[in-house]
Write a protein that binds this ligand. Structure first.
Ligand code: ADP
Ligand code: ASP
Ligand code: MG
Length: 424
């Protein structure tokens, strides 16, 4: 007997037929004698629709401010998961399985106060553990918890992955299975590069980089939690026949295991390519080259919750003036320019120029730590395709390259093949 947390994403619960299929996956594990808790996302497209309504609601009143209250945003967007958790509990019950739905506040899953992007602080797993012991399946609404203000708080887009891993940690599950519409983690997004290969295992560190550099197969925070709490996490497909041979394998289920580096025998130099679209670049021209200037720029941007990513500063020719270039998400450009303009006197620059529609492609691999020439290969491969590089950042295990968004898919495929990741 094992204790398993099973998470099903939006496409896996997209309609009643898909929910029935999910119930069959759950039934398989229950009938094998395991204790099961399930975490569900909203039906695919639902959260986008709810977010759209929240954004439109102030506008229909004729208000000229697009402002909306983040607590009410959470009240609205958390509803998608409430629906699927109830529907799955009903489907399970009608298949003769003892099941009960749980909203975040009922457990409770306690979060901080950052409505819209809250972090889980604590989960009381005792009631779920007790019910599981009595043979009841807990069907938990993902993506939501209860803030310190006693209001629903959501965990940021893709947050049901984090709900699942956090619950797995709280109930000390033997395994957390993230069921999605692909059968594992690939060397790059299989929708962009059909030659991408599925990995049997990927290390926490690499998965963390892939997730934070744009591979949305897992939310970044879920990987952090899996790493810290040593949750044995698999990414696998809900689209396979629930009763196919091997689907119920306890130690080696089909899919990709996220695990410690030491568990991976054959470590490649490069394991994956990630990409993020909708990046924008801002350049401040003729900036004073003096101590404190970076703080004057990035302090106010941070206070405005603008996420600055790549930063490039030129050396000044005469030691007095320089240029500073950095990237922000495209959606934040106007806000960032406004903040910079408000602080122009203290920062001291001539003009701020911006360019949207950029993409960041990243090469990831733990093996880079001990291999030289990895970056040079990326630059050569992109040059051969005529793709211009706008900025570069590197860390021990990744290289990120900023390019024109129109070339993002070509760049992903080019790098994927340059590092020999294509299917052999
Ligand atoms: P869910 O709704 O189940 O949470 P998501 O859409 O959030 O699913 O994540 C699954 C998607 O992630 C896949 O359909 C795939 O297009 C995308 N993806 C991006 N990078 C990768 C990768 N390296 N491996 C697998 N899938 C990836
Ligand atoms: N439904 C939420 C979203 O679309 C959470 C999730 O699916 O993980 O972002
Ligand atoms: Mg997801």
């Amino acid at each position: 007997m094992a204790r398993i947390v099973m998470k099903f994403g939006g496409t896996s619960v997209a309609n009643l037929e898909r929910i029935h299929n999910v119930a069959r996956h759950v039934k398989r594990e229950v009938e094998a004698g395991h204790e099961v808790a399930v975490v569900v996302s909203a039906m695919s497209g639902k959260t986008n629709e709810l977010v759209g309504w929240v954004q439109d609601a102030p506008k229909v009143t004729g208000a000229n401010s697009p402002f909306y209250d983040a607590r009410e945003y959470d009240a609205v967007v958390a509803s998608g998961e409430q629906v699927t958790s109830g529907l799955l509990a009903i489907a399970l019950q009608s298949m003769g399985i003892n099941a009960r739905s749980w909203q975040g506040w009922q457990i409770p899953i306690r979060t901080d106060n950052a409505h819209g992007a809250a972090r889980i602080l604590e989960i009381d797993g005792s009631e779920i553990i007790k019910r599981m012991g009595e043979g009841q399946v807990a069907v938990v609404a993902g993506f939501q918890g209860l803030g310190p203000d006693n209001r629903i708080a959501t965990l940021g887009r893709g947050g049901s992955d984090t709900s699942a891993v956090a619950i797995a940690a709280a109930v000390k599950a033997d395994r957390c299975d993230i069921y999605t519409d692909v059968d594992g983690v690939y060397t790059t997004d299989p929708r962009i590069e059909p030659k991408a290969r599925r990995m049997k295992k990927v290390s926490f560190e690499e998965m963390l980089e892939m997730a934070s550099l744009g591979s949305k197969v897992l939310q970044v925070r879920s990987v952090e939690l899996a790493m810290v709490f040593k949750v044995r996490t698999f990414v696998r497909s809900s689209f396979e026949d629930p009763d196919a041979p091997g689907m119920g394998d306890l130690l080696n289920p089909p899919g990709t295991l996220i695990c410690d580096e030491e568990e991976i025998v054959e470590q490649e130099v490069v394991t994956g390519i990630a990409y993020a679209k909708d990046e924008a670049q801002i350049s401040l021209r003729r900036l004073a080259d003096r101590p404190g200037v970076s703080a004057a720029i990035f302090g106010p941007l941070a206070e405005a919750h603008i996420n600055v990513d790549m930063i490039v500063q030129n050396t000044s020719e005469d030691g007095s003036k320089t240029d500073m270039t950095f990237t922000v998400p495209s959606g934040d450009v106007q806000k960032a320019l406004k903040v910079l303009d408000e602080n122009k006197a203290t920062i001291g620059f001539d003009v701020a120029q911006s360019e949207s529609g950029l993409a960041k492609v990243s090469v990831i691999g733990i093996g880079m730590r001990s291999h030289a020439g990895v970056a040079a290969l990326a630059f050569k491969a992109l040059a051969e395709k005529g793709i211009n590089i706008k900025a570069i950042t590197t860390s021990e295990i990744k290289i990120s390259i900023l390019i024109d968004g129109a070339y993002s898919e070509l760049a992903v495929r080019t790098l994927h093949s340059a590092y020999g990741l294509d299917k052999s």
